[in-house]
Write a protein that binds this ligand. Structure first.
Ligand SMILES: O=C1O[C@H](COP(=O)(O)O)[C@@H](O)[C@H](O)[C@H]1O
Length: 262
């Protein structure tokens, strides 16, 4: 199903197939990107289906066709917690994937936690500086080949939540969220323009609980306040992410149940 010229919706029967198909698609995208450029920058986030996808990447034989030494991993968002804290997104990704592939530790760009910087604002500043260090001459952020995003039932992506001022930050880089409606409250997120600067953004969403947010995002509308939305007609955050190249919605069947039937 095609939603617009650059936004495409792909539906898989269940969450397991969604994770495995997304994993193979991701590995092919890396192999493809490596045929024309090096290094290749990607951004990951947390969330249940994303971790299952990373586990499927580790189990996919295609992983051996990737030159992991030229892959750089960034975080779409990270919770402001010390290294090794269970709240952090990077711990899950390490267990699911990084421990299984020859990705050099220096290519994994972790967001600093309270064990390394004074506060969440300093963490966001440090991450923006790190992004700029890897950006092409004159740019603020690296060229992200693929950004993998999960989505919350309220339509949030990375740590950009409905109705929060962080959604309107128009600078490239990272921002500090100090009052996330989903715990923990302090997080660092890539800004919306940074997500949209990627060549491809893939929104990977599973489960009926997220179906209303999928439908709202694809229609460009809000959710009711009772579902964590703003009820003001503006698009849920996920619906505001449009990649420079292709935006892919990768869904399982239950996540499509609120979409209008063709
Ligand atoms: O808080 C977060 O939530 C979203 C979605 O998580 P899920 O468990 O409902 O799939 C995630 O994508 C984001 O990175 C994370 O920090």
């Amino acid at each position: 199903m095609t939603a617009t010229d650059h936004t495409h919706v792909v539906v898989h029967p269940d969450a397991d197939l969604l994770a495995r198909a997304t994993a193979s698609r991701f590995l092919l995208a890396l192999i493809d990107a490596q045929s024309v450029t090096s290094p290749v920058h990607v951004a990951l986030t947390g969330g249940s289906i994303l971790v299952d996808t990373l586990r499927a990447v580790a189990a996919d034989p295609l992983r051996d066709a990737v030159d992991w030494t030229s892959v750089h991993v960034w975080w779409g968002d990270e919770r402001f917690a010390p290294q090794g804290h269970p709240d952090r997104n990077d711990g899950d990704a390490h267990a699911a994937l990084f421990s299984a592939v020859p990705l050099p530790p220096e290519n994994i760009h972790a967001v600093p936690g309270p064990d390394r910087v004074a506060d969440v604002a300093a963490a966001a500043r440090a991450y923006s500086e790190e992004l700029e260090r890897y950006a092409p001459e004159g740019a603020r952020v690296p060229e992200l080949a693929v950004v993998l995003l999960g989505m919350g039932p309220d339509g949030h992506v990375a740590s950009l939540f409905p109705g929060r001022p962080s959604l309107d930050v128009d600078a490239l880089g990272a921002l500090a969220e100090t009052d996330s409606p989903k715990p923990p409250p302090e997080r660092v997120s890539l800004t919306l323009p940074t997500l949209c600067s990627a060549d491809q953004v893939w929104l990977v969403v599973s489960g009926e609980g997220k179906a209303p947010a999928v439908a709202a995002a694809l229609a460009g509308t809000s959710l009711p306040e009772s579902q964590g939305g703003t009820d003001d007609g503006s698009s849920v955050p996920a619906g505001r992410v449009h990649a420079r190249g292709r935006t892919l919605w990768l869904l399982d069947l239950p996540a499509t149940t609120a979409l209008p039937t063709a």
